[in-house]
Design a protein around this ligand. Structure first.
Ligand code: 13P
Ligand code: SF4
Length: 311
């Protein structure tokens, strides 16, 4: 079966929007109507006017799209496509944690379940986290969940002292300074660019830190020609496509692996995308009460991003 041809056929026949994250395989990125970071994908979902959204990404992203489009069918090609960061913040434990910090505002990274979003005041992504925190008064007490690496990075940048939930992304947190230093020794002219989900020692080696969109834009505008890239390997496709003359070296996650893949993101395949379009399943289902509560901090994030012109 030629899945690409079949998917293109469905795109013509059905009133569908295919959204894909930069960590998807290149073939899926090429078939998507829009490929972006978590913020861009949420912004696109908020503008959608279609019968069905097929989300080539992970569960929390498709859930966000559903909350922004409660009456639209939102399909995730593989419902098992979760996220280690979202998993690191179970709702019962978070309720107990929150009780310890009264008078604190909750900022949650978008990589959380809908249940955590119902307990959140403002959602953020790596593309707007610093600006969202800075938009609040200096004396505002804040709980930041669930990524301690992103939260720690924001604390260092803004001089705040947000209380951090102890969660990590298992793909980014595993990257080491040793692997980067080795690549840098072999390629001294290359700049190091990193996603803020990396741990603090890795971030301390970076010439640039940003969301996936931020990293891609940086490589397009920057004068250098070679980059050591500390994030998931799927991003290289767009970087290479947009800057064909440049060279990108992905940081390996350990000595036995030359790749750096998110196993959740990579559960989506061309076959599953084809089946999702054909059968219009598996659908994201959320209670309307959950949608009503969890949508508020997402809309707050979109509103702040719009005012600050963050895309
Ligand atoms: P961004 O694409 O928003 O930077 O997020 C990266 C990520 O890990 C998504 O799960
Ligand atoms: Fe979650 Fe990390 Fe995978 Fe992103 S890369 S989806 S944060 S596990």
């Amino acid at each position: 079966m030629n899945y690409t041809a079949e998917i293109l056929k469905f795109k013509k026949e059905k009133n569908v929007l295919i959204l894909a994250h930069f960590y998807q395989i290149p073939e899926i990125q090429e078939l998507a109507d829009y490929v972006g970071d978590s913020l861009g994908l949420a912004q696109k979902a908020s503008e959608a006017n279609v019968d069905m959204i097929v989300f080539a990404g992970v569960h929390f992203m498709a859930e966000t799209a559903k909350m922004l489009n409660p009456d639209t069918l939102v399909v995730l090609p593989d419902l098992e496509a979760g996220c280690s960061l979202a998993d690191s913040c179970p709702v019962d434990k978070f309720i107990e944690f929150k009780k310890k910090y009264p008078n604190h505002l909750v900022i949650s990274y978008i990589n959380t379940t809908a249940a955590i979003k119902t307990l959140t005041d403002i959602v953020c992504t790596s593309g707007n986290a610093v600006q969202i925190v800075e938009s609040l008064p200096k004396n505002q007490k804040i709980i930041f969940a669930p990524d301690k690496n992103l939260g720690g990075y924001i604390n260092r940048i803004t001089g705040r002292n947000m209380v951090l939930w102890n969660g990590i992304c298992e793909v980014h947190d595993i990257l080491t300074t040793e692997a980067i230093i080795k690549l840098k020794e072999e390629n001294p002219d290359a700049s190091v660019i990193a996603h803020p989900e990396c741990n603090a020692p890795v971030l301390s080696l970076a010439d640039f830190i940003g969301s996936t969109t931020g990293m891609i834009k940086f490589t397009q505008l920057d004068k250098n020609r070679r980059y050591i890239v500390a994030t998931e390997s799927g991003i290289i496709h767009q970087m290479q496509k947009l800057s064909p003359e440049k060279e990108f070296l992905i940081v390996p996650s350990d000595s036995t692996c030359n790749c750096n893949d998110c196993s959740f993101m990579k559960l989506n395949t061309l076959e599953k995308l084809y089946l999702a379009l054909k059968n219009e399943t598996p659908a994201i289902k959320l209670d309307i009460d959950v949608i009503e509560k969890a949508k508020k901090p997402i809309l707050r994030m979109l509103d702040i991003s719009k005012k600050l012109k963050i895309i």
